[in-house]
Design a protein around this ligand. Sequence first.
Ligand SMILES: [Zn+2]
Length: 412
Amino acid sequence: MRRSVLDDWIRQKEGWAELSREKIEAMQLKKINLLLAKTKQKGKFYQYLPEKISSLEEMKKIPLLTEQQLITNHRGMLLLSQSEVSKIITMYSSATTGQAKRLFFSASDIEKTVDFFACGLQEIASKGDRCLVWMPANTENSVGSLIARALGRIKAEALICSMDETLDAVADFVINKKINCAVAMPFKMLSLMRYADKTGKSLPPTSVMISADSAPPFLKQELGERYALQVIEHYGSSESGLGGALECGAKNGMHIRENDLLIEIVDDKGNWVQKGETGNIVLTTLSHEAMPLIRYQTGDNGALSAYPCRCGSVLNRLQNVYRNATANEMGELNAILFLQKNVLDYRMLRKDNRIRIEVMLMGKVDREKIKEQLQRVVLQKGWGARVDVHWHVEKLSLHKPYYQAKRKIIAE
Ligand SMILES: [Zn+2]
């Protein structure tokens, strides 16, 4: 089995002959101390931080950074002048009553992400491959554009597909462009493969990198076994600078980009949990120059692997990642609906205390039973008092994926 591509990338970047845990952790400590010195000098917000820590264990003494603090203080967390900012990501979180969360990146921060993508994409693509980029690519520094740039560096061709196309158009695009690998969001990829299967379109890709939303085991299993795709999962977020952690061929967790990120797993009180135990994912961006985050609570859950990877990598792995754990949306509904092979897609909308779930079907399902299960989850979560389920069966070829980004409840 091939070792994770990240190992050699980090080894080369740091100019080391060999990679080891000791070296990685010493490098992280050094980078954290450089960061602490810089925030003392320039960061208005980060004045509460210590000047220096003497071991990674001492990270525990630093207070966690909440999403609300990030929303309130983003300007004070910026270490560069506004003119040195190349990219701003603005997000509206449902968990925080629609306030804007802003993240700033410099040209050098973006370059680091492209460099990471160019390395990581080699898990699914190599020179001469033709790769579908089914991610937002409408601006120069949007994630799809950065992936396309990274593919160029490994001499693979990026074929960008609009997020606003029908599944039928995407399937034809993949066939006509002779695409053999893909980067896509997990459930969109599942919908595409199901649609193509149902309509007799044979799609050529043999590998896919899935990213930007939860990817439960049943989804990866269906893509891998039923559609014979080599599936590589990537975990990243806007806060991590888009790139984060990446599966290797062993498919037993995602190796962390540890030269740029320190990931801690903590319990509800903020204490470290044992390796192998699930807790909250806390993120420190070690090399971002515009707006580094120090002990940011991502709201995602996961575990650090307790055992070394079969691929031989020494990099820590993230396992059992459950995204958006604080908002706790969609996971159970995804399972109820997408475990039905005849469900192509669905979305959930909320108006006051009324929930409407629209389901796009490709064939028969037990509607009464599914409706009961959906109602139970909605009532249990307290999302609404009334649930209507609308079943759509018509005009399959006109269906556009309901979600362009992460699946969540849509407020009407
Ligand atoms: Zn591995």
